[in-house]
Design a protein around this ligand. Structure first.
Ligand SMILES: Nc1ncnc2c1ncn2[C@@H]1O[C@H](COP(=O)(O)OP(=O)(O)O)[C@@H](O)[C@H]1O
Ligand SMILES: [Mg+2]
Length: 413
């Protein structure tokens, strides 16, 4: 049997903590996985930024990417490598580039998910352009924002149609506040969306390949406490439904790694923000949940690279629309979407692969997240983000939460 090496590239920006842990754990795992007639081992490298020939080959089997959504040169190198060299990348760069919040709302409304009512409003101001005056004077209808507001109903949220990171988001309780927010929105194209209010539970579902993870989220807490430490806050049927929604969204858009925010009101779940491909991965926000992220990333990376899973270059939406057209109940429809999702993500094959080849990962993680190196990764990230006098306190806080994860984790001893 020949030994062949699969190369995994990490395409990184300001990331510190998770790549350190990912690289160190991959070393500790020291994998040699039989695949066909070969024994496969793995090398992890950080991708560098440099001039490239469009016809040059790509040395990676998989790239875990954190740059596509804002750094063009890496994105274009990734697109070339997917098109020309069979590279697999987390996530599909075309869909990250073009599928903003608005598209994700429309698509999931079309599939019948209970997205709160949402309107788009033409912008308050424009950059000057040659044909702008003529176009607007001919076709832009004067509108009464107050009327749109009362059709939608208060309270509502105003947010950029392609937003993220809470930028430009405001809660609006009255017509006066709506007018004031619109005045402030400038050149942004905004949505107004009916608030899910009051909600009794806010959950973030993180999907990594076919793996899903549920966190109760507290949007009113300071950043380091927004991901709460609560467990068992979801009954099994709701957990399944939210997991199915997340995998439906992720596979619809070709996202291996995404998070979906949903709010519960009167027993019903409303997804409100789910175009978050490549979500926050830092220990300073995830803390207790951080080991799950590193382990899930590793498992899905190893599976993809070892099996040479083929990247789906196009999105192919028709099968979802076919399920939507069957006139099924909501539960059956979601079941139909989730079946497509699990198939696309090879969920059964992945589970079998983990059970056969990656049984020791949880134990290695349990050991690793008690090590000096893991603590150093936490400290380095805290040092990059916090003022000097808070470094010690927050390093200890996040470390303590990771140790709580070790005490409670099923992989513990
Ligand atoms: N329809 C809504 N109902 C209730 N709260 C909302 C709604 N839309 C947004 N929010 C609140 O505003 C926050 C930011 O909005 P979100 O859509 O998540 O934008 P971003 O992509 O910037 O995170 C959410 O985390 C939530 O607390
Ligand atoms: Mg959000």
């Amino acid at each position: 049997m020949a030994t062949v090496t699969r190369r995994i590239g990490l395409s990184l920006g300001a990331d510190i903590c998770w790549p350190m842990c990912y690289e160190a754990m991959m070393k500790r795992l020291d994998l040699r996985i039989p695949v066909g007639d070969d024994i496969v081992d793995f090398e992890v490298e950080r991708v560098t930024i440099e001039p490239f020939d469009l016809r040059q080959p790509c040395r990676y089997d998989l790239v875990v990417d954190r740059l596509t959504h804002w750094y063009h040169t890496s994105r274009e190198w990734i697109k070339k490598s997917v098109l020309m060299d069979n590279l697999y990348v987390f996530n599909n760069p075309w869909s990250v580039q073009s599928m903003e919040k608005h598209t994700s709302y429309c698509a999931m409304m079309a599939l019948g998910l209970p997205i709160p009512d949402t309107w788009m409003i033409p912008p308050k101001e424009y950059d000057p352009k040659d044909d702008l005056e003529t176009t607007l004077s001919r076709y832009a209808r004067l509108f009464d924002l107050g009327q749109v507001g009362s059709k939608l109903g208060y309270p509502m949220f105003m947010k950029p149609f392609d937003g993220g990171g809470w930028k430009g988001v405001s809660r609006i309780d009255s017509e006066a506040a709506l007018r004031a927010s619109y005045e402030e929105s400038g050149k942004n194209v905004m949505h107004i969306q009916r608030a899910v209010d009051p909600f009794d539970l806010f959950v973030r579902v993180i999907g990594f390949g076919p793996q899903t993870y549920f966190v109760r989220y507290d949007p009113t807490a300071p950043l380091h406490d927004r991901y709460t430490l609560d467990r068992d806050f979801l009954p099994d049927d709701q957990r399944k439904m939210l997991g199915d929604m997340c995998l439906t969204i992720n596979t619809f858009f070709g996202w291996d790694f995404n998070s979906c925010e949903a709010l519960r009101k009167d027993g019903r779940w409303y997804p409100i923000d789910f175009a978050n491909a490549c979500p926050d991965s830092q220990v300073t926000s995830l803390h207790y949940h951080f080991p799950w992220l590193v382990v899930s990333n590793l498992k899905w990376s190893i599976f993809v690279a070892a099996t040479k899973r083929k990247m789906r270059r196009t999105l192919d939406w028709d099968p979802y629309y076919e399920v939507a057209a069957r006139g099924l109940s909501f539960a059956d429809r979601l079941d139909g979407y989730a079946r497509i999702a699990r198939q696309r993500l090879e969920a059964d094959r992945f589970e079998e692969f983990c059970a056969t080849h990656l049984r020791h990962v949880d134990e290695v993680a349990w050991d690793f997240f008690g090590s000096d190196l893991a603590k150093d990764a936490v400290r380095q990230k805290v040092t990059a983000l916090f003022p000097a006098h808070e470094i010690e306190e927050f390093t200890e806080l996040f470390w303590k939460r990771i140790q709580l994860w070790r005490q409670q984790s099923a992989g513990g001893r």
